[in-house]
Structures are given as C-alpha cells and as structure tokens.
Design a protein around this ligand. Structure first.
Ligand SMILES: [Zn+2]
Length: 224
C-alpha cells in the first residue's frame, strides 16, 4: 500500500473540537458523530473537567479515548476519563502496556485500521519516530498528528523509543496525504493552532529538508 492510498475509502469524518489544556500547550481533540452523538477524546490530559464539560455541552457520549502516544502529557487524564465515562482506550500495541488496567477495555490498533465513532470514523496510521508506537488518526479532511508533526515543527527523537530515521519516514508519509488535509498537532507550538499539509510542505523546515541527512542534522541539532 502506498501512502497515497492512506486516505482512500475513509469513513465520513467526525466533527472535531480542538481544546488546549495544561501548561505544556497540549492539544486534545473531541471527535464526534453528529448523528449518534458518540464521541472520542484524543490524548486527554490536565483539564479533564473542561473536556467533559464540553462533552456535556455538546450532548455527547464518550465511547473511546484515542492515544497518539503514551508520553505522560498525552495520557495524564486517561484514568479519569475512563472512570467517568467507561470509554474504551485505543492505542498502538507497541505502547499499550502502560495503559493496561484491570477491567479496562483496551483496543489495540495497528496501521490502516479504522476506528468507528458512531457513524463516522478515523484511520490509525503508524507514524513512529517520536515514540515506537506513535499513531496519527486520519479522517476525511484532517489528521491528528500527536507529537509527530507540529505546525512549523516536528517531534523530538531523542527520548526513549525515538528514532530519527523512523521520524523521517513518518513525515514523508504524512506529506503524501491530500495537501488540503488539515493538521491537528499535539501541542500549540506554531503560529496557528492548526495548519494544512500543503502549508507545512511549503513552510515547515523539517519538511523542506531534501535528504534524510539534512533532516537528521536539523533534528538532532535542535532539541525542541
Ligand atoms: Zn510526546
């Protein structure tokens, strides 16, 4: 399967609400089906009360928690969300261990698997490099990129499980998504809260690298 195919046959896209939480400029997303009112929360952390207040305001029922990767600032609120909603936790098998808990429903998703959210859905794309099981969630028209791709940047590769070569491949794959695809990153590190693949290809210096060697030099020089 070529990366160009990543967006083919996607289910209809969930509505998306982006919320910034905590002191590390983390973004969470609420993805929901407007017909069934079922919802998934991506990377719940820091301000679960605010996230669940928005869920209530929108008259939604949280049935899933989607994890982009298991760094603490992305999973700090999982326990509380599961306790309050009974949602299943969706994560890549390479990072599932840290989220296992007695009585919890854990759904391990590998590359290309679709995750239903009511009558809508997203597709898991394995994008390692920042972590071993880093996963982006692709919908028709947008992609939730965790700490793989930021507006104007990309995730660090010098943490445990990081790999600059894998990051390069993951970013190359994201660059082949339809260029109008909107990017929802894991942190508010850019000039704008979201961007598009086209904009990032033009302006993100990590994506403008012509070779892996150029990328590696830039990524491993800049620790941010
Ligand atoms: Zn991270």
């Amino acid at each position: 399967m070529t990366a160009r195919d990543d967006a083919q046959g996607l289910p209809p896209a969930p509505e998306v609400v982006q919320m910034e939480v905590g002191l590390l400029q983390n973004f969470c997303e609420i993805l929901y089906c407007p017909e069934s009112r079922e919802a998934a929360i991506v990377d719940p952390a820091w301000e679960v009360d605010r996230l669940l207040a928005e869920v209530t305001r929108l008259n939604l029922k949280v049935t899933a928690v989607l994890i982009t990767h298991t760094h603490n600032d992305h999973i700090e609120g999982v326990d509380l969300v599961v306790e309050k909603t009974g949602a299943a936790v969706v994560v890549n098998p390479r990072e599932a261990a840290v989220l296992r808990a007695p009585g919890r429903m854990l759904v391990e998703v590998t590359d290309g698997r679709d995750v239903a959210i009511g009558k809508r859905g997203v597709r898991a794309l394995e994008t390692p490099g920042h972590t071993v099981g880093g996963t982006c969630y692709l919908a028709q028209g947008y992609v939730v990129t965790g700490d793989v791709l930021f507006v104007g940047g990309c995730g660090r590769t010098d943490f445990q499980g990081g790999d600059t070569g894998e990051m390069w491949k993951s970013l190359q794959r994201l660059m082949r998504l339809p260029e109008e695809t909107r990017v929802y990153p894991g942190h508010d590190y850019g000039d704008t809260p979201t961007s598009t693949i086209a904009h990032e290809i033009r302006s993100n210096r990590f994506l403008r690298c012509a070779t892996f060697e150029e990328f590696q030099a830039l990524r491993e020089r800049k620790r941010a």
